[in-house]
Design a binder for this molecule. Structure first.
Ligand SMILES: Cc1ncc(COP(=O)(O)O)c(C=O)c1O
Length: 365
């Protein structure tokens, strides 16, 4: 089976984790926690980063850090993994769903303003599969209406929008280091920001709002959370981050191969790259259009029969039971793209011959 997307462990992971074991610094404080935060902030060219136990925790922490809660609305796309939407509910706010663009499959910025009400507090763009939201437009709208912007850049680590890395454009950017992400710590997440007060507040909330009194006792001024990542996982994160550019280049190389082999296949739509952006193609994805002889699901089965693991696009979150009654605009593009899209194998170590085999199966259809 050619897998969809598996982790890559070829750097200093063993060495750094062994160091934690040898020195007994295995839990939630330690030098690798600090180093991972510093190195990640440097990589993104952001002022600060706060590491968390997973990407969902980073998103929840971002919302809590910005004071978003009961009675507030957050505008988010529906063509996404459900995690960012769930976190809006975790803090007591309500998601309002906006449609996506036909070509990039991410939030359509031209449909945001019609959804803004007096309750809207934030926009939460999710950069899916390596694509990028048109952040200039989103930031203009946010400034005009005095809204926060939280980017979920989990799936676009390494992607570049007008010279800036995804996740370093809004007020806060969030990432996951779950097993299939560009870099992984097994489970993990990160919050980044250029505002030091926000970074400080995020760290404080994520560490049970703990302050230590002169006599050594712990004091907690308000409700806090334990969103911390253990040192042993941060050690893995440091090693993974050392390889990030190599992994980005591997993904870009795979996309080039796929594009060359699939660009002239009737009924297959390959990914779009907008001017001034680098789609990192974390999961190389295609749309199966009406002219293709098989339906999307038939092609998924054909790939499976040939030992190729692929995945259908996210189903629209606004149609899932927990969110069925939420506000949304016209969702026609989301509803259509969701049932046409396929993610193809995209592991860093994917070989040229494997890409040729995958494309041959598609062409033979
Ligand atoms: C876009 C997006 N946001 C958030 C998450 C959640 O991250 P985690 O699984 O680390 O909580 C994921 C997937 O893992 C994701 O794909």
């Amino acid at each position: 089976m050619i897998p969809l997307c598996i982790p890559e462990v070829r750097g200093n992971e063993w060495k750094y984790i062994k160091d934690c074991l040898d020195t007994n610094w295995v839990s939630s404080v330690g030098s690798y926690v600090d180093k991972f935060e510093d190195d990640f902030a440097n990589y993104l060219e952001a002022k600060a980063a706060v590491v968390t136990m997973n990407g969902t925790a980073a998103l929840e922490l971002a919302l809590r850090t910005l004071g978003i809660g009961k009675g507030d609305e957050v505008i988010v796309s529906s063509l996404t993994f459900i995690s960012p939407v769930n976190t809006i509910r975790y803090v007591g706010a309500e998601p309002v769903f906006v449609d996506v663009c036909k070509d990039t499959w991410v939030m359509d910025e031209s449909k945001i303003e019609e959804l803004i009400t007096s309750k809207t507090k934030a926009i939460l763009p999710v950069h899916i599969y390596g694509n990028l939201v048109n952040m200039d437009k989103v930031m203009d709208i946010a400034r005009k209406h005095d809204l926060f912007v939280i980017e979920d850049a989990t799936e676009s680590l390494g992607a570049i929008y007008k010279g800036k890395k995804a996740g370093n454009i809004g007020d806060i950017g969030c990432f996951s280091f779950n097993g299939n992400k560009l870099i992984t710590t097994g489970a993990g997440g990160m919050l980044v920001t250029n505002k030091e007060d926000l970074a400080k507040r995020a760290k404080y909330l994520s560490t049970q709002t703990k302050s230590v009194l002169e006599n050594g006792a712990f004091y907690h001024e308000e409700l806090g959370y334990n969103f911390r990542m253990p040192n042993i996982l941060a050690a893995m994160g440091c090693a993974q981050l050392e390889m990030v550019e190599e992994y980005v280049n591997a993904k870009l190389g795979h996309a080039k191969e796929y594009n060359n082999l699939l660009e002239n296949v009737i009924g297959i739509k390959i990914p779009t790259e907008k001017d001034d952006t680098t789609n990192v193609n974390w999961l190389y994805s295609i749309l199966v259009q009406d002219e293709f002889p098989l339906t999307r699901d038939e092609l998924l089965n054909k790939l499976k029969d040939n030992g190729i693991q692929s995945r259908s696009f996210f189903m629209p979150v606004h149609n899932m039971p927990p969110y069925i009654n939420c506000k949304h605009g016209d969702m026609s593009i989301t509803n259509s793209i969701s049932f046409k899209g396929i993610n193809l194998p995209s592991s860093v170590e994917l070989k040229k011959e494997e890409i040729e085999k995958i494309c041959k199966v598609i062409k033979e259809c």
